[in-house]
Design a protein around this ligand. Structure first.
Ligand code: SF4
Length: 385
């Protein structure tokens, strides 16, 4: 199914995502399959989307027609055994479209066949590697290719000239020690991989309570993950260490550092959505002490054509609000009826409950809740960060 990439707004440069059927890689921590055990995908619906691309005014079609980049796939793996046949067909369709494609995968039996079909000029490859140990990957991701296969795949993507990202996602100290992460990153860097994405394992208490026994058995100690003995954050510490190498691009959501990862990815993907790092990079380069929503808006929509697009009535966008922040959706009737991405950005700016809001970045602080003449919050540089 093709849908708006609503859950990753301001976190990911792609505007659209495709999801296949429930992924057969069976990772014990798979947030998508824990939340929804039966994700279905009908190829016919996808064909209809492309066959009728020019008729119909759904937000997804308008985004695709406007050339925005496409993510394959965030909630399923396009190379898992049960999805790969559909993926190969879709690849032929996507190859005939101008939109850039960001592939997210752990690989699969036909990974090199897929690579042969793709051009590095419009495709980025993001490969998840949770552990350098094959025996651990077999235990936690029983039907996915083992880690050594993914590491080799990442190196081959890089050798073939693809913009390649390796994601240590989810990261847990039982699966990947700091030393193992350091060695794996050095090995990948030597093969030309320069982009690393980090995200800690996070399973909510509600999700933990409903885990199927086979998942629970394979899950590490969830409470032990986040903090080091000195109270620092395990994932952030590893990322910060990697960041010391200025030749590497690092991404951690809401981190108080800039990154060139998406600046570079856009050269391959073409037209993209803004991300929170457009604002963070802007702040770190041109730092002011005080920011208004207009500063933020101008930083994330620095191209006039993106600004024009964000100010266009694109259709009902309340689904973006509902997807990320149900409380805001319930409490604010006007949020349910927004129709422009500028309005959505304004909600993110003013409400910290959207996790990608600049308010959640340690670089900024609110100005005692003070607002400007338009009623938008004023943020100040956090001198403590
Ligand atoms: S590869 Fe991704 S989508 Fe597939 S089971 Fe693992 S985490 Fe879920």
């Amino acid at each position: 199914m093709i849908s708006n990439f609503a859950g990753e707004f301001l976190l990911h440069p792609c505007a659209l995502e495709y999801s296949g059927a429930t992924c057969s890689h069976r990772c014990c921590y798979c947030f998508a399959s824990i939340r929804n055990k039966n994700i279905s995908a009908k190829l016919r619906e996808t064909f209809n989307f492309f066959n009728n691309l020019n008729s119909g005014e759904s937000v997804a079609k308008r985004l695709f027609r406007a050339g925005f980049a496409f993510c394959m796939s965030n909630r399923t793996d396009p190379l898992s055994d049960n999805n790969v046949a559909d993926t190969m067909i879709l690849t032929d369709i996507l190859n005939n479209q101008p939109n850039g494609v960001w592939w997210q995968t752990k690989g699969g039996k036909r990974q090199y066949e897929l690579l042969d079909k793709l051009s590095p000029n419009k495709n980025c490859i993001y490969i998840t590697i949770t552990t350098p140990r094959d025996e651990t990957s077999k235990w936690i991701e029983p039907a996915a290719p083992v880690s050594s296969s993914r590491i080799e795949f990442a190196k081959e993507c890089s050798r073939r000239g693809f913009f390649t990202v390796v994601a240590l996602n989810p990261l847990h100290r039982d699966w990947c020690t700091a030393k193992e992460a350091e060695n794996m990153i050095a090995d990948l860097k030597a093969a030309g991989v320069h982009n690393f994405y980090f995200q800690e394992l996070h399973i909510s208490k509600t999700e933990e309570a409903v885990l199927e026994p086979w998942r629970r058995e394979r899950m590490p100690d969830l409470a032990a993950n986040r903090r080091n003995a000195d109270g620092s954050n395990y994932t952030a510490d590893i990322a910060e260490e990697v960041m010391k190498d200025r030749t590497l691009n690092v991404f951690v959501a809401n981190m108080p550092f800039g990154t060139e990862m998406f600046v570079e990815a856009r050269k391959t993907l073409g037209r993209c959505f803004p991300t929170q790092f457009d604002f963070i990079n802007y702040h770190l380069k041109n730092g002011k002490d005080t920011y208004t929503f207009e500063d933020f808006y101008n930083a994330v929509c620095c191209h006039s054509d993106l600004k024009t697009f964000c100010e266009t009535d694109i259709g009902a966008l309340g689904g973006y609000v509902f997807c990320v922040n149900r409380a805001a959706w319930r409490e604010d009737k006007s949020a349910q009826h927004i129709r422009t991405f500028r309005e959505l950005l304004q909600l993110y700016w003013n409400d910290y409950r959207f996790s990608a809001s600049p308010q959640n970045n340690p670089l900024f602080d609110d100005y005692g809740g003070e607002v400007d003449e338009n009623g938008n919050l004023i943020l100040v540089k956090n001198n403590a960060s």
